[in-house]
Design a protein around this ligand. Structure first.
Ligand code: APR
Length: 237
């Protein structure tokens, strides 16, 4: 188990040009995210939901990791088992920065993957940046049942949360970067660690920042060097 958890959210990828969820910058204005990212929409308005994810997947192709992803990738390489990199993001920018997919915990799924809807089969396939229907004609190559984005929708359970809670048992330093705290209540997790760092662009109504040992309100790319120094100092003490 790792001594340090780095938990990130949409804010860490914002400077790579991926829109966050709760800031209205118009990028996703064609869609109501609360609707298309809902399990109900996958069931009853599948075409729209699949189209939304096809577009988001295709957009990822040209997105590049930023300084924050790269610094975290270097830290992970150096302190492999001492740092757990856990993200709510479904993009592949940590992977593009060099962290192996299996060394990351993607709590809310992974954009370049699709999954068989047959729960007995449940196979996962990486389709890169393709449209879902262009991969295996949209059907599982093993059992022929329809595929779906490998994303945790609103209204679905998130099995990987168990891994987050497991890591929290041994966590000494809890680092939170770029999340508003509306979906994962980071305040309830920070109490597990003896020390903590919070980095967001600005205060969030869902986070009580007095609970955190250090608070940095600035872009992640400008905060990350100080955060990395703190992590190294912590691990080397
Ligand atoms: N650097 C650091 N933080 C930033 C930056 C930046 N450049 N830009 C924005 N932020 C911060 C904002 O201040 C905000 O607190 O990132 C946070 C983004 O919040 P949300 O858009 O709510 O994203 P997130 O918390 O990751 O959402 C959680 O909600 O819709 C679901 O499943 C989806 O994983 C997502 C989850």
């Amino acid at each position: 188990m790792a001594r340090v958890i780095i938990l990130s959210g949409a804010g860490i990828s914002a400077e790579s040009g991926i829109s966050t969820f709760r800031e209205n910058d118009g990028l996703w204005e064609e869609y109501d995210v609360a609707v298309v990212c809902n399990y109900d929409s996958l069931q009853n308005n599948e075409k729209l939901t699949v189209e939304f994810y096809d577009k988001r997947r295709a957009e990822l192709k040209d997105k590049k990791p930023n300084h924050a992803h790269k610094v975290i990738a270097k830290l992970k390489e150096k302190y492999k088992d001492d740092i757990a990199v856990i993200t709510q993001n479904v993009d592949n920018l940590f992977e593009k920065a060099g962290i192996s997919h299996t060394d990351l915990i993607h709590l809310h799924g992974f954009m370049t993957e699709v999954r068989c809807q047959n729960e007995q089969c449940n196979l996962i396939f990486d389709i890169g940046y393709k449209n879902q229907k262009d991969a295996f004609n949209g059907k599982c190559p093993t059992c022929s049942v329809k595929l779906r984005p490998n994303i945790v929708f609103f209204g679905e359970s998130a099995p990987k949360y168990a891994e987050l809670y497991k890591e929290l048992n041994d966590c000494e330093l809890f680092v939170v970067i770029g999340t508003s705290g509306y979906v994962i209540n980071t305040d309830s997790l920070v109490v597990y660690a003896e020390s903590s760092i919070l980095n967001n662009l600005e205060p969030s109504e869902a986070i009580y920042d007095a609970l955190y040992s250090k608070v940095l309100y600035k872009p992640a790319t400008r905060a990350i060097d100080e955060i990395a120094e703190d992590i190294q100092e912590f691990l080397n003490r």
